[in-house]
Design a protein around this ligand. Structure first.
Ligand code: M6R
Length: 370
């Protein structure tokens, strides 16, 4: 039941600290080593994997995109991410050394199920990242890593998304451990950072509501929105855009900020709301300056700029009309906090428009047809 919350989506957004904590629970021993016995694939098999292909749809595919950045960086093997329905019908290259990772909240998405069957027929192993115990996708996979987000009722996925990202990090760190691509201490440090994420998500939930409301009220009549980000901010931008399409019925376009000058900037006109995910400035991050200049560019053309940025990032203040602040965290983990205000933003927009937040028109919670 909804408890005291206005909607299931509202409740589920606020359950995200728990979803992250629960998905991490029991997966590390006291010395910080990962223990994925539940997965039931031999360490030797993991060692032999030379390519990962993530298949998923919608929000789950954006979680897969985040996974790509992290896993390639940690494990140094190529990770492709493909929409399951595209993967299934294009004769993909699959070998016994390919691990296909099927990500699905419901475990019943037909597009993903058909794609995983195809991968197994071609001789690849399939590992499911799934939130629903005993559903079709984990049942038909070689192995499963469950997310522990609890039942997700609202059509717009929120807590399942962060839990999928966490499960993918766990998988990546496990790979790094068995393949020896990272030192024990490095893995340990990331595990500690991951354990600190629930409190950081809670902090965003506790502090950013007012700015989110302000931005939603200001842009309520906008006909379209642009969302942009780079690196892991790119899938977060895509996810923020999808949320707004689904529940506020607003035309949105999410894209990589570097593409702006290759076309989309032509869309920017006076008053156009543009949401930008700003990477941390720390650690001499070269992308920070590039994203700041993207904000400058759209601002100069009259855009209403909404930034998601790290606390203490003073460069942002000069160019953003509103800033949703996130606490400091490693760049690769930042999607877990950056997506939160975007979910709240979409929910606020839908509420202000008087729409049914939990049951948007034309959509089903799980898409069981191809
Ligand atoms: O149950 P699944 O994770 O397989 O569902 C995949 C998509 O249908 C789902 O994420 C959809 O995009 C959501 N409604 C997004 O909020």
């Amino acid at each position: 039941e909804k408890g005291g919350w206005a909607s299931f989506m509202d409740k589920e957004i606020h359950e995200q600290p728990q979803a992250v904590a629960d998905t991490l629970l029991g997966r590390f021993n006291l010395t910080g080593d990962l223990n994925l016995d539940e997965v039931r694939i031999d360490e030797d098999v993991f060692r032999s994997i030379d390519k990962i292909i993530v298949i998923a749809c919608g929000t789950a595919a954006y979680a897969g995109m985040v996974a790509k950045y992290a896993i390639e960086h940690w494990v140094r093997i190529p990770v492709e991410v493909e929409l399951a329905h595209e993967f299934r019908y294009r004769d993909p290259i699959l070998t016994p050394r390919t691990l296909v990772v099927a990500i699905s909240q419901s475990g019943e998405t037909m597009d993903t199920l058909m794609a995983l069957r195809h991968a197994r027929e071609q001789g690849s192993r399939v590992l499911a990242i799934c939130n629903t115990q005993g559903s079709s996708i984990p049942r038909e996979s070689d192995a499963v890593l469950y997310t522990h987000a609890g039942p997700e009722i609202a059509v717009a996925s929120t807590k399942a998304f962060v839990a999928q990202i966490v499960a993918a990090y766990v998988l990546g760190l496990y790979f790094a451990q068995v393949k020896g691509t990272m030192y024990h201490d490095e893995i340990r440090k990331i595990v500690d950072e991951l354990r600190a994420m629930p409190a950081k998500i809670q902090h965003v939930l506790d502090t950013q509501g007012e700015s989110v409301r302000e931005a939603a009220e200001h842009s309520l009549d906008a006909e379209s929105f642009l969302f942009l980000g780079r690196h892991v901010g790119y899938p977060v931008a895509m996810e923020g855009a999808l949320k707004l399409k689904e529940i506020a019925y607003t035309f949105t376009e999410g894209f990589a900020a570097g593409e702006l000058k290759h076309g989309p900037i032509a869309l920017v006109d006076e008053g156009e709301p543009v949401v930008i995910i700003v990477p941390p400035a720390r650690g001499r991050n070269v992308l920070h300056a590039k994203v700041i200049s993207a904000i400058e560019e759209v601002r100069a053309r009259g855009a209403y700029t909404i930034a998601v940025a790290e606390e203490g990032d003073d460069d942002v203040r000069d160019y953003a009309d509103v800033v949703f602040w996130r606490p400091q965290c490693p760049t690769l983990l930042s999607p877990l906090v950056d997506v939160i205000p975007l979910q709240l933003f979409a929910m606020n927009m839908a509420e202000l428009k008087g729409l049914d937040v939990d049951k948007p028109r034309n959509l089903a919670k799980s898409v069981t047809v191809e």
